[in-house]
Design a binder for this molecule. Sequence first.
Ligand code: ADP
Ligand code: MG
Ligand code: MG
Length: 205
Amino acid sequence: MSVPSETIKSLVKAAAEQVIASAPELTSLDQAIGDGDHGTNMKRGCEAVLGKLDAISAQPLDEALKMIGKTLVMTVGGASGPLYGSFFLAAGEALSHDKNLPEDLADVFGSAVNAVSARGRSQVGEKTMLDVLVPVLETLKTAAGQPDLIARVRTTATEAVERTAPMQATKGRASFLGARSVGHVDPGARSTCVLVQAVCAGLEA
Ligand code: ADP
Ligand code: MG
Ligand code: MG
């Protein structure tokens, strides 16, 4: 199935705008356990994506995802830029190599999550964006093809973010705080949730 250009455009636009709107919250979360730039990093990257929205959405989905990934790598910076970049590049690569939507959604998402884990040398449970990505992947696998898939993904993402609060960070800047990272939601987990919720809302509309 090829995804219509208008669909790509509206989903990318909604996701980027939601992250930009969340920048103050992302920054304040990163002020608690990092260096306070996650909101500005993500806002810069999403503004760059919005600036290329016409070019991105003129591509087939695999190329559009790769273009998003390259743009984020070049503009977000910090730890999160290369990680989000890897996610979208790997998703695009998976779609270029005989994976199709919607039937291979969990496979494609899984390739993207693996790319984050490889790039970050990180696993679930280390208080990072993977603590939202991995539970969402699990729901995509277990609820594949079910009518309430999107609703379940949304619930999973929201609950997964909250579960990062009691975790102690062992990757990224928050790990420098040791036990003092406990009690705060991870900023990258929150930005991942914002992206997931925006895409889900766009698909439900
Ligand atoms: P920086 O920490 O370099 O300032 P950001 O503030 O933009 O970068 O992003 C921080 C977020 O990146 C963290 O909240 C975490 O979710 C994510 N992150 C950091 N290191 C890793 C890693 N090794 N693996 C997965 N995610 C990571
Ligand atoms: Mg930071
Ligand atoms: Mg930084």
